[in-house]
Design a protein. Structure first.
Ligand code: HQG
Length: 182
């Protein structure tokens, strides 16, 4: 992806996950923004964005961070929201046997006592891909790869959801279900 599109993708993540009102945009309750309005407000706020660029970002983004409505008129972030006003219409699903979370060493003392918490976001983010988890942990320091005992969690009533881009979401993971892989 070009540098301009990487910057535009970061801008879209920020607007669609966290701060739509910073450019005067409203999302509906399921997190959708009207594309025409988004483009108009982005440009008016000094963040140049064309409709072609937006569709190219949606298509090429390596984590498939954005989803389009079936009529291609609306866009939303597939996951990662901190906005309390957004409730993704996610259906409960059974995750794969191996489910990971990447964190940083400096968070481990707190994670050992409180478990994994959603922090600023709505959900704890989990992945079946070990490398993705390690990369995610590395953003915050020396990475620690954690496994989640999803089988026990499901049998003990915890719910899991899968975002449009295959990221697994759950409200929290108590310490008893967490293992350190490396
Ligand atoms: C940690 C990326 C202390 C948690 C990724 C993480 C993901 C605790 C940080 C998505 C804790 C929160 C989300 C506790 C959790 N005490 N620290 N009890 N519980 N933590 O960024 O999962 O590139 O909000 O381990 O691929 O790192 O943005 O969540 O280190 O899917 O699309 O608190 O972001 O995708 O950090 O990342 P974040 P995350 P994108």
């Amino acid at each position: 992806m070009s540098k301009a599109n990487t910057n535009a993708s970061k801008f879209l993540s920020y607007i669609l996950r966290h701060e739509p009102e910073s450019i005067g945009l409203s999302l509906d309750t399921e997190g959708w923004a009207n594309i025409e309005e988004l483009i108009r407000l982005a440009n008016a706020s000094g963040n140049p964005l064309t409709v072609e660029q937006l569709f190219s970002i949606v298509e090429k983004d390596e984590k498939q961070r954005f989803s389009l409505s079936s009529d291609n008129k609306n866009i939303r972030a597939a996951q990662g929201h901190s906005l309390k006003s957004v409730s993704l219409d996610l259906t409960e699903a059974t995750p794969p046997t191996h489910l990971f979370h990447g964190t940083a060493e400096r968070f481990m003392e707190s994670i050992n006592s409180k478990g994994l918490l959603a922090q600023q976001r709505q959900y704890v983010h989990l992945t079946e891909n070990r490398n993705t988890a390690i990369e995610t942990g590395t953003r915050y320091g020396k990475a620690v790869l954690l496994s989640v005992d999803r089988q026990r969690m499901v049998s003990e009533g915890h719910k899991f959801y899968q975002a449009d881009n295959s990221v697994w979401l759950t409200l929290a993971v108590p310490p008893a279900y967490i293992g350190v892989v490396c």
